[in-house]
Design a binder for this molecule. Structure first.
Ligand code: SF4
Length: 470
């Protein structure tokens, strides 16, 4: 794969689009979907002949300071009372969900996201996990993947090691950029030493996977400054790297108004930065999965990619795509059987609903057969790259040449550019085509023309939603 071959093609295709962590994307969820709908579907899901395992997502919305680029659902506070009060409600919600699921529905994955999960001291995180363990049945520890997002500014290496004692075996660190000028401009100042201390401590304590989030397109970033960040990152050797594109949308993300547009790199510089990152990470042995994601060959995601079992969900790429996902906490999203259910993004509303003894769901969506069909196609594009339209359509009693007639035609430009190859049963995405997964998937998205309800106020779980490619 040659990055220089794909760069000239980028302008031919849509420059922004959904990240397809769900289909339809969260901005199309409807307020007509209620907590009762979710409960019905959750109870029905227990009747499946082969009980699906569970994946839990828990949202901790608090942050100590505001990173100006951030569009996540978060509450910036220094009040421990506010946090303790939230935990009381969260525990009640966790217990309510736990009562819905049969005892043969084993938890195989837990992810704590935010906000800043490590706003909670290790003792509180331990208490939280005790509540989860009381409410749900867990698979044997060797089968359970437990991950947590760590803000290097909020934990010491000793506290990070304590997380491993609680059971977390995957740690995700928000690094973004190590240049002090860039960090100051986005109000997120943290040193390489802080990050290194945490990486060393968790590795020593036995963590399997360390992931870094990086971001390009930030104010004052240049190819040279990002090269220095990459050099440090490669030295620290995280198992997995998400390299996100910063999309400057101050009209929709108010905190981004604190970033001056004239300090942002031009799009050609952003392309150069991405190109550099791709080159350096490849040289360092990372494999590009697609959708901004790089992994080292030993990482379970790399193995799942190789054997075709990789899936896409709210956490991005996942090795646990067969799980029903239960989202808990303000703004969290569940995906159970054929439905999505999102909790209220407003903390007061969230509390009011829990006080009434209700699950705090305030919108969602139950997929129809067309959504399921298209969701399967988009999953195949994003994950396997080999898309058997014949089999997918046949699964729904349809003939692929009829149902995907227009979509197949719209793939022609991608074929001409060497990004897609047509096959007897559908098509495959080429190695260069992995940089164009979004525009390829968008061809099969019947919701793109529908008016979006809202994109903002989502947890990182769903952020989102929608973003620019470069
Ligand atoms: S990036 Fe993370 S720590 Fe910063 S404001 Fe957003 S959620 Fe909080």
């Amino acid at each position: 794969m040659n990055i220089s071959e794909i760069l000239p093609l980028i302008q031919h295709y849509p420059q922004s689009g959904p990240r397809y962590t769900s289909y339809p994307t969260a901005n199309h969820f409807s307020p007509s979907f209620t907590a009762q709908d979710y409960e019905r579907i959750a109870l029905e899901s227990n009747q499946q002949p082969l009980p699906r395992p569970l994946s839990l997502y828990i949202h901790v919305p608090f942050c100590r300071a505001l990173c100006y680029y951030c569009g996540c659902n978060k509450i910036v506070t220094r009040s421990q009372d506010t946090v303790n009060n939230y935990l009381d409600y969260l525990y009640r919600e966790i217990a309510m969900h736990g009562r819905l699921y049969a005892s043969d529905r084993f938890v195989e994955q837990v992810h704590i996201g935010g906000g800043t999960p490590t706003y909670l001291a290790p003792e509180l995180l331990e208490e939280l996990m005790d509540m989860v363990a009381q409410a749900f049945h867990f698979a044997p520890p060797s089968k359970v993947q437990m991950s947590i997002e760590v803000d290097p500014r909020t934990v010491t290496p000793e506290q990070a090691a304590q997380l491993v004692g609680i059971g977390f075996n995957r740690i995700s660190l928000g690094v973004q950029d190590l240049n002090p000028v860039v960090q100051k401009a986005v109000n997120r100042e943290q040193t390489a030493e802080q990050i290194e201390g945490i990486v060393e401590a968790v590795r020593k304590a036995g963590v399997n996977t360390v992931s870094f989030d990086l971001m390009y397109g930030l104010p004052h970033q240049t190819v040279d400054t990002f090269a220095e960040t990459l050099e440090e990152v490669i030295r620290l050797k995280p198992d997995s790297i998400s390299l996100y594109n910063y999309a400057h949308m101050p009209d929709r993300v108010p905190s981004q108004r604190l970033i001056s547009a004239d300090t942002l790199p031009e799009s050609d510089v952003k392309l150069e930065i991405f190109s550099l990152a791709h080159r350096e990470l490849s040289k360092a042995g990372y494999l590009y999965l697609g959708m901004d994601h790089f992994v080292l060959p030993g990482e379970p995601l790399a193995q799942a990619y190789a054997d075709g079992s990789i899936q896409r969900n709210f956490q991005g790429y996942s090795t646990h795509g067969d799980c029903d996902i239960i989202g808990m906490g303000v703004s969290a999203i569940s995906r159970v059987d054929g439905c999505f259910a999102q909790n209220s993004s407003d903390i007061q509303d969230y509390r009011t609903l829990v006080d009434k003894g209700l699950l705090p769901v305030n919108r969602g969506y139950e997929l129809n057969s067309d959504d399921m069909l298209r969701s399967e196609v988009i999953q195949s594009i994003m994950c396997q790259g080999e898309v058997n339209l014949r089999d997918i359509a046949a699964h729904y009693g349809l003939i692929w040449e009829q149902v995907f007639y227009s979509e197949y035609d719209r793939l022609r430009p991608f074929v001409n550019d060497g990004l897609v190859e047509l096959t007897a049963d559908g098509f495959r995405v080429t190695a260069n085509g992995r940089y164009f997964l979004r525009p390829i998937a968008m061809i099969f998205d019947a919701w793109l023309q529908a008016p979006a309800i809202s994109e903002m106020g989502l947890p990182k779980q769903a952020t989102a939603g929608y973003s620019k490619v470069f």
